[in-house]
Design a protein around this ligand. Structure first.
Ligand code: GLU
Length: 330
């Protein structure tokens, strides 16, 4: 990140600095109402049992946070409890990879919804090692391979962590080593995907290096407040509005949002676009980051997953909140 942020320093620096965001009573009342409506659904759905360290999480937890582009913060429930962000990390590594290689990334990864489960191998074989998009596992592994060029896995893991800490404006963001280890011990699907990619000549670094980065990024542990803050640049044309500093160019932020809208919810992305109408990225830890352009970012967490692997209560909460606020990109 350091490169990304350093490159952007000075591009508009010196403006308003508003790092300590202020609480917002009205929005908090709305979030409390949303939390009350989803309460009957808490505990429905299943936690991601295929990652042993996640299987122990209480499925009835629920937290939601909104951080607005003018620095207001509203929360309800467990919004300050850290959880495993899992695939939401793919938004941050994609941002870093685009900063590193620009549009050359699209020679190695597509930009189409996959219509298949996030860890499916069938499509990858048919399409000869070019993953459909950067948010399915195969695509995210290619993204880590890009980040690894000329660098060690440890250096890339540090870079990702520092970037997310910077975006969240919180040095307390951490990687849960137990979750990373748990995935490394049981991630047979991901090993298969990575070996398949390597078999097609689509990985330049060893499978172990790409997966070490991938498992660690998925093991980033964040609260809803930290996550919403970290996603705020996407709501603000690529600028961190609270530091008044550029993170990515406006066109790039627009395109990351487009990918989140079309590919961010596994093979339920179309349904989520229909029901909620906001760019979003979910993870099997039960988190969802959603972007409301020009307004703010929302993070919601509830570990019980629906059949598509998206947070069951989290999806309902986002649907209610978007409807109540009139938030949609359409
Ligand atoms: N680490 C998880 C896996 O690779 C991420 C899946 C997800 O959140 O979509 O299986």
């Amino acid at each position: 990140m350091l490169a990304l942020v350093a490159e952007d320093r000075g591009a508009g620096a010196g403006g308003r600095v508003l790092t300590a965001a202020a609480p917002d009573g009205d929005l908090t009342a709305i979030l409390e109402r949303v939390a009350a409506t989803v309460r009957p659904h808490l505990g429905e759905g299943r936690v991601a049992g295929y990652i042993p360290a996640l299987a122990r999480v209480d499925p009835s937890r629920f937290g939601i946070a909104v951080v607005t582009v003018d620095g207001r913060v509203a929360t309800a429930g467990d919004a300050r409890v850290a959880f495993s962000i899992q695939s939401i990390s793919k938004v941050f590594t994609l941002t870093l990879a685009l900063a590193k290689v620009g549009n050359d990334l699209w020679k190695r990864i597509g930009r189409e919804p996959s219509g298949s489960p996030f860890n499916s191998i069938v499509q990858l074989e048919r399409e000869r090692g070019i993953p459909r998009n950067p948010f399915i596992n195969a695509g995210a592994i290619v993204v880590t391979d890009v980040l690894l060029e000329g660098r060690s896995p440890g250096a890339v893991i540090d870079e990702v962590l520092e970037f997310v800490r910077y975006l969240a404006d919180d040095p307390a963001v951490a990687i849960d080593e137990e979750v990373a280890r748990s995935e490394a011990e049981t991630g047979h699907r991901n090993y298969s995907l990575a070996h398949f990619l390597a078999g097609f000549g689509q990985l330049k670094n060893p499978v172990e290096s790409a997966l070490s980065v991938y498992f660690h990024q998925c093991a980033l542990s964040m609260t809803c407040v930290q996550l919403a803050r970290a996603g705020l640049f996407l709501a603000s044309a690529g600028r961190d509005p609270l530091r008044d500093r550029k993170v990515v160019r406006p066109e790039r932020a627009r395109r990351i949002n487009a990918l989140m809208l079309t590919c961010g919810h596994y093979d339920a992305s179309g349904d989520v676009a229909f029901r909620i109408g906001l760019p979003g990225k979910s993870g099997v830890g039960g988190g969802i980051l959603a972007v409301v352009p020009r307004q703010g970012a929302i993070a919601v967490w509830s570990p019980g997953l629906n059949a598509n692997g998206n947070s069951h209560a989290g999806t309902i909460a986002l649907e209610r909140l978007a409807a109540e606020m009139g938030w949609s990109v359409f």
